[in-house]
Ligand binder design. Structure first.
Ligand SMILES: Nc1nc2c(c(=O)[nH]1)N[C@H]1C(S)=C(S)[C@@H](COP(=O)(O)OP(=O)(O)OC[C@H]3O[C@@H](n4cnc5c(=O)[nH]c(N)nc54)[C@H](O)[C@@H]3O)O[C@H]1N2
Ligand SMILES: Nc1nc2c(c(=O)[nH]1)N[C@H]1C(S)=C(S)[C@@H](COP(=O)(O)OP(=O)(O)OC[C@H]3O[C@@H](n4cnc5c(=O)[nH]c(N)nc54)[C@H](O)[C@@H]3O)O[C@H]1N2
Ligand code: SF4
Ligand SMILES: [Mo]
Length: 693
């Protein structure tokens, strides 16, 4: 084989992960033969995570959907006939027109989330066609809505420091976040800092892979972190370790916060969190004196009923100690707003050129919405792409019930026959990222990247945007922005951002196509908020936030218990425990959870339980156990381990229900109650009973 037989194509890992890695695909005779990391990408640094390394197994998986299918048996029975694209598209358009005429376009609900993070194949595909139709809009609050809301309202924008700046931190608190699994390209930079003396503290009720590599691991009770943060603030103020000048110059509401902090002395916080009072005092002293200290959070922490306020409380700590804007200090949450601030949203959505926006349906309430909560009009058609709600959304049993409705017309565009696709009337085959064009921003860094297709679409599969274009045409829509190619959209997004924002100066579509990833034009020594300006109405850190008061939320950071008093009873053999269902190491939510090599590494669906909780219930490792609550139940394999604290169960998200004997997964027990801000999901505020079967 000579080098000329091979082409090398630059791409981007599209999965829901802050790293947005640069990838290289080697193609020979139209077939991808090798998939690896881009050695030139400054964050990827030449390696991919365990789940994406065997990516060609996914691309050429024997179960890939290869042509459109129409249901022939009852819903969910798995009986299909092959149909052509023309027939499938014509049938969908005809049903949509009929439903629109009878009930209005809001009876049609698109449901998409994070199968890809691409700006064309997800962002544009989730907006343009649906806006043009006036369909229902999806409230996209399954992941980090409360934290996003809290950060935007408090600081004005989500601007994370560069991963590489962690070398300047003396202390890093990784709080309810598990980057070894969920954002692994931060780790080499952290390890390098650790070797040079940076102390790393992990706060997590579970001893995660990240906690295993920390200098100190603290395991509070779930959903008590808000009280912990306020307790740290209390000690910082009581011991005079706060920065009065910074607070006076850069914050709003410091006197009120100071009063609030008085309510959280270490003894009270110890009661709430289950940590020792001395530990709380020790942590406060460390944090306030080891300057610069970085607090790193992600979204798992806030998937609780009080998640928004938890984040608000944590955000007070860098303000109390004057650390926003300090290199190596402050907050590392999300970098999403670098690109978001530069984007012209109208280019993505074409909302201004569309009919009035449809009503919003909260994606966490899908089951309820299908069963009548959305009543005016009822949801009569569902179009799912880039998501697998039957496996990943809360109260999955209710979703399955809703999806079985005979009068619901469901289309699922997918790479695989997922738990959701199982219930479709029509299934359409989707391309993998190796087969379509896209443009990517990242939520962990500030590079923008172009994904070039490496191979032709597998058999009859089509990209999201190509499907939208066909559907738009069949619906009779004539707008040129529903006919553009993906590359034309990439050009429009990049050129409009360059016209709007100096961050895009010098970034052209041509340069992106030639180089894969380009950094935004941030100054060499840029540190977020170093200029002391915050994008809030006051220009300051809003410790007291008037807008929250308008929303009926406490305008000051506070702590409200996530569980009713007495609802937790770990000692009773039938007492309820808190079930946390965070990220699996080898899947991205349910993506990749159908690859046998990765399933073998993750093991069969399991739940971790503390030895004392297991003993009172007579549970041993390997037992089949049932977890259950008012939402539903599911069977899992017990793993008895002190990696979880007493009173806490942990079971990873993402296993497919259809692969389990009871055809259920952990999401059958996940509450569809909404959190304290922005319609947030509350997966981890989940009380279950567990017993041996
Ligand atoms: N391997 C892998 N990577 C992923 C994903 C995946 O599924 N697998 N998912 C991606 C997605 S969609 C997202 S949003 C991100 C999420 O990234 P992370 O937020 O890092 O991941 P999670 O596992 O959801 O949650 C992190 C930790 O929060 C802890 N936790 C839960 N409740 C509490 C609490 O009350 N207090 C504290 N202190 N800790 C708590 C859990 O034990 C868990 O270890 O990861 C992304 N990356
Ligand atoms: N129990 C529990 N459940 C959770 C969470 C939790 O913490 N606990 N976390 C929640 C969070 S944070 C998130 S973000 C959600 C994520 O949930 P989802 O957004 O549903 O993500 P995935 O499970 O990865 O499913 C994405 C689907 O899109 C498909 N796909 C990939 N690329 C494409 C494409 O280009 N086109 C089309 N049409 N399809 C494509 C994939 O094959 C996959 O089936 O899960 C939530 N679910
Ligand atoms: S999942 Fe994350 S770490 Fe893994 S290859 Fe994709 S972007 Fe990189
Ligand atoms: Mo997420």
């Amino acid at each position: 084989m000579t080098a000329s037989d091979l082409t090398l194509v630059r791409g981007v890992c599209p999965h829901d992960c802050p790293d947005s890695c640069g990838t290289l695909t080697e193609v020979r005779d139209g077939r991808a033969v090798r998939f690896s990391a881009d050695p030139e990408h400054p964050i990827t640094q030449g390696w991919l995570c365990a789940k994406v390394r065997p990516y060609l197994e996914r691309v050429y998986h024997p179960d890939r959907l290869r042509h459109p299918l129409r249901r022939v048996g009852p819903k969910g029975a798995g009986r299909w006939e092959r149909v052509g694209w023309d027939d499938a598209v014509a049938e969908i358009a005809a049903r949509w027109k009929q439903i629109s005429a009878e009930y209005g376009a809001e009876a049609i609900l698109p449901y998409s989330y994070s199968g890809t993070l691409g700006m064309v194949q997800l962002a544009v595909a989730s907006e343009r066609l649906w806006n043009r139709m006036g369909a229902s809009r999806l409230e996209r609050s399954i992941c980090g809505a409360a934290a996003e809301h809290a950060v935007k309202l408090t600081l004005g924008a989500r601007l994370a420091p560069d991963y590489r700046d962690v070398r300047h931190s003396k202390l890093v608190i990784i709080w309810g976040h598990n980057p070894v699994s969920t954002g692994p390209h931060f780790m080499p930079f952290l390890r390098e800092a650790q070797r040079a003396g940076t102390e790393v503290i992990v706060i997590d009720p579970r001893r995660t892979r990240t906690a295993q590599g920390a200098d100190l691991h603290l395991a509070p009770r779930p959903a008590t972190d808000g009280a912990l943060a306020l307790g740290l603030g209390h000690v910082i103020v009581a011991e005079g370790l706060y920065d009065e000048r910074w607070l006076a110059a850069h914050t709003l509401g410091w006197p009120e916060l100071r009063q609030r902090l008085e309510e959280y002395p270490p003894e009270r916080v110890a009661e709430i969190t289950g940590l020792e009072a001395e530990t709380i005092v020790m942590l406060a002293r460390k944090y306030a004196t080891a300057k610069p200290a970085l607090i790193k959070i992600a979204d798992g922490l806030q998937r609780h009923r009080n998640g928004g306020q938890t984040v608000r409380s944590i955000l007070t700590l860098p303000a109390l100690t004057g650390q926003y804007g300090l290199r190596g200090g402050g907050l590392a949450y999300s970098a999403s707003d670098y690109v978001a601030q530069a984007l012209d949203g109208e280019v993505v959505s074409r909302r201004a050129q569309s009919p009035p926006p449809g009503r919003k349906v909260n994606m966490n309430r899908l089951g309820a919405a299908l069963l009548g909560e959305a009543s005016d009009p009822p949801v009569k058609a569902l179009f799912v792409f880039c998501s697998n709600p039957a496996a990943i959304a809360p109260n999955a049993g209710k979703i399955a019930q809703g999806l079985r409705r005979e009068d619901l017309f469901t289309v699922v565009h997918e790479l695989f026959m997922t738990d959701t696709a199982d219930y479709a009337d029509i299934v359409l085959p989707a391309t993998s990222p190796l087969e379509h064009v896209d443009l990517h921003r990242a939520y962990g860094h500030s590079l923008i990247s172009y994904n070039a297709p490496a191979i032709a679409p597998l058999e009859e599969s089509k990209s999201n945007w190509d499907v939208m274009r066909l559907l738009a045409e069949a619906m009779g829509f004539e707008e040129p922005w529903l006919k553009q190619s993906a590359d034309e959209i990439v050009d429009d997004i990049v050129l409009s951002a360059a016209a709007k924002s100096p961050l895009f100066a010098g970034i052209t579509p041509e340069r992106l196509r030639a180089s894969g990833a380009l950094p935004l034009n941030l100054p060499e020594d840029f540190v977020p908020f170093a200029d002391g300006r915050f994008g809030t109405p006051s220009g300051k850190v809003e410790l007291r936030c008037a807008r929250l008061a308008d929303e009926g939320v406490d305008p000051l950071p506070g702590y409200i218990p996530a569980f009713e008093e007495g609802s937790l009873d770990e000692r009773a053999s039938d007492g309820r425990l808190v079930l946390i269902s965070g990220a699996a190491h080898h899947f991205v939510t349910s993506s990749m959870a159908n690859q046998s090599s990765l399933l073998a590494k993750e093991g069969s669906p399991f739940v971790e339980i503390h030895p004392e909780d297991a003993q009172v219930r007579g549970i041993a490792t390997g037992d089949t156990v049932r977890i259950e609550n008012e939402y539903g139940d599911c069977e899992l394999r017990a793993v008895v381990t002190d990696a979880v604290r007493r009173g806490v169960l942990a079971s990873p998200k993402g296993f497919w229900a259809r692969f389990s004997p009871d055809r259920r997964n952990v999401n059958w027990t996940a509450p569809d109650v909404l959190g304290d801000m922005a319609g947030q999901s509350t997966f981890h505020s989940n009380l279950v009973r567990i017993r041996r079967v």
